[in-house]
Structures are given as C-alpha cells and as structure tokens.
Ligand binder design. Structure first.
Ligand SMILES: Cc1cc2nc3c(=O)[nH]c(=O)nc-3n(C[C@H](O)[C@H](O)[C@H](O)COP(=O)(O)OP(=O)(O)OC[C@H]3O[C@@H](n4cnc5c(N)ncnc54)[C@H](O)[C@@H]3O)c2cc1C
Ligand code: SF4
Length: 323
C-alpha cells in the first residue's frame, strides 16, 4: 500500500490567510483543493510538500453565477447546469472519471492538473528502478531520450474547453490580482506546464457571454467511465446565420498543453460548415497532432483518431445549428 508522507495540513478561511500561509511555508508549501490529483502524487513522491494548504474553506472560490465559476466548485457542481452556463462545460465535467471522483475533484484542480506520463505516474520504487526521469528525481526523458524537455501530457478534460471558448482565469497572488486568457495559462512543457506562479491561487473562471457561439467536447479513452482522455477535442464556432465567422479547435491529450490548431479554425471561417470544410479542418488538425508514446493506446492510431474526432465534433455542431 502506498502511504502519504507526513505533512502539516492548514485550512485558511480567507484568500489573504491562504497567501500568508503559502508565504510562510515557502517552496515546501502547496495548495490543495479536492486532493484527487495531489494526494496520489504525494504517495508516489512526485510532489513532496511539507505543508498542504486547503482552498476548500475560502468562500470566494465557491462563488458561481452565469458568467463566473468558482475554482473550488466540485466537478459534480459544475456538471449541474444553472441556466446560462454553456453546456460544453457541463459535458466536459461529466466526462471526468467517476461520480466519486467528481464529488471530490474541483474545477480549479482540473485546470491545474499535473501532466501525465507512463514513466512518471508510477510508484517511487518503480521510478527508482529505471533511475527516475527528468520530470522528477532523474535526468533523462525515457520517451525521447535525446530531448532536452519533458513531454508529459496535458490530461485535463475541462482545460481544452476553457481554451476553446475563450474563458479567462482570475488569479490572486502576493503581487495582487490578474486575469489571464485560458490559452495563456498553459505552456507546452511537461514540467513547467502552467504560467501560474506556485504562490498564485486560481480563484475563478470568467465565461464569455453567449452571443451566437456554440461549442462541443469529444473524448477518446479506453473505458467509457473512469479513464483519462488520450485525446480530447474541443470545437468552438461563432455563427452568423449559416456561416462560420470564427472557429477554434483545441486538442487535449496530445501535448503538454491544450493545443489550439489555428489552421483548423481558419479552414472553417467565412463559409457554411460543409462536408468539405469539415474534412479540411479535420485534416489541418491531424497534421500537428503529435501524440507521444507515453499514454494508453498505439500512438499512430491516436493520431489518426484526431481526424475522426474533429470531424465528429464539427458534425455535431452543424447538426445542433441545423446548418
Ligand atoms: C482514478 C482517477 C481518474 C481520473 N480521471 C480523470 C479524467 O478522466 N479527466 C480529468 O480531467 N482528470 C481526471 N483525473 C484527475 C483529477 O482527479 C481531476 O482532474 C480533478 O478535477 C482534480 O481536482 P482536485 O480538486 O482533486 O485537484 P487537487 O489534487 O486538489 O489539485 C491538483 C493540482 O492543482 C493545484 N490546485 C488545485 N486547485 C487550485 C487553485 N484553486 N489554485 C491554484 N492551484 C490549485 C494543486 O496545488 C495541485 O497541484 C483523475 C484522477 C484519478 C485519481
Ligand atoms: S515525458 Fe520524459 S521526462 Fe516527462 S515524465 Fe515522461 S519520461 Fe519523464
């Protein structure tokens, strides 16, 4: 049985207390929300905080209305759709793992989820037997041994959706508050996968007004319940009548960040969503989709599925619009 290491657990009731506790704990302190990612990681010694600061008792992170979703809402809360909240978010939240996990796991934890890799998501002893890897305790990348970087995979279901719809994240840290577009919150590096500083708290997510856009999320995984995505496709379209005026296609599970494929969106703009336009966008998304051999399934099959899943997502959007 894997055991948690000893640590001090703090439960602040305000944002300023949480920031002060993190300042006092320094690099040995980490925030936790539902703990469904952090605690298993601590058992495997991926992260080894001496002080764990819970964000669950801070009322500001629990706020929710049509355009704001608090970071400490559970995925179950997010999956229940109050009027006005885009259905694509509730769909993605419902596709995360199992009901038990969604009852504990939060939106903020999902959006800050650690990147994953077959050589990393293993026990300490397993990782030691291969002399570890660059992401933790080692020097080499076993997926791409000559690579100077880590290729661990962004495996959040909700993050690609937030990037696709153009949501914004509100962060509060020792330097004050800032709001960043979801697309700039992530970067393609398996170790430094967030642009957020360790002492910044994700307080809430600001959703765009619904003004003629629609979006869908499709997920590929081995088991229809439980498993992480090995491919996620978030597709967003701004409609004007039957014409597409703007589009974004964002892929999850194929890079260390939710990867927007600008060429795929561009292939759709300024015309109706015809079969040819869908095929062109699916092809444009297929080319830069470069899954690595570090998650489930054969990697060339996963790449091929990009074309299929993008086409399916766009067909669903067309059917919903009756276009
Ligand atoms: C068996 C299993 C299956 C899973 N399947 C899926 C899946 O299908 N899809 C999927 O997307 N995920 C999946 N997950 C991952 C994870 O459980 C969820 O993504 C969940 O939403 C994480 O939320 P949490 O609140 O538990 O995060 P935590 O574990 O509390 O935190 C995760 C990370 O985010 C940081 N953090 C959390 N909240 C904040 C905040 N507000 N501000 C700043 N930093 C913060 C923490 O410091 C930590 O580094 C799975 C996990 C398990 C164990
Ligand atoms: S991609 Fe390479 S460095 Fe990153 S976790 Fe996997 S083996 Fe380690």
């Amino acid at each position: 049985m894997l055991r948690l290491p000893f640590f001090t657990y703090l439960q602040p009731k305000t944002l300023s207390d949480a920031l002060a506790m993190k300042r006092d704990a320094g690099p040995d302190g980490m925030f936790v929300a539902g703990g469904t990612d952090l605690y298993p990681n601590m058992k495997r010694r991926h992260q080894e905080p001496k002080t764990v600061i819970s964000l669950m008792a801070i009322p500001e992170l629990q706020r929710s209305d049509e355009r704001v979703v608090g970071a400490a809402l559970t995925l179950t809360d997010v999956a229940v759709r109050p009027s006005g909240r885009p259905t694509v978010i509730t769909t993605a939240a419902r596709l995360v793992s199992t009901p038990l996990l969604r009852n504990m796991g939060t939106l903020g934890g999902n959006l800050c989820l650690d990147t994953r890799c077959n050589y990393y998501n293993q026990s300490y002893e397993w990782r030691k037997s291969i002399d570890f890897c660059m992401k933790k305790d080692g020097h080499i990348c076993w997926v791409a041994p000559s690579s100077p970087r880590c290729w661990a995979v962004s495996s959040s279901d909700v993050a690609p959706v937030m990037v696709a719809i153009g949501a914004e994240y509100r962060l509060v840290g020792p330097q004050g508050e800032r709001v960043v577009p979801a697309g700039r919150f992530y970067q393609n590096d398996g170790i430094n996968y967030l642009t957020k500083q360790p002492d910044e708290i994700l307080v809430d997510v600001r959703l765009p007004a619904s003004n003629g856009w629609d979006a869908v999320y499709h997920k590929l995984r081995r088991r229809g319940a439980f498993d992480f995505p090995v491919l996620g496709v978030a597709a967003w379209i701004q409609w004007k009548g039957k014409n597409v005026t703007a589009a974004r296609i964002v892929l999850g599970g194929v890079a260390s960040y939710p990867q927007e494929v600008a060429e795929a969106g561009a292939a759709l703009e300024g015309a109706p969503l015809t079969d040819d336009a869908i095929a062109a966008a699916a092809d444009a998304a297929y080319r830069p989709s470069k899954p690595m051999d570090n998650t489930d399934f054969d990697l060339s099959w996963r790449k091929q599925m990009t074309r299929v899943y993008v086409a399916r997502a766009l067909q669903e959007l067309r059917d919903r619009a009756g276009a």
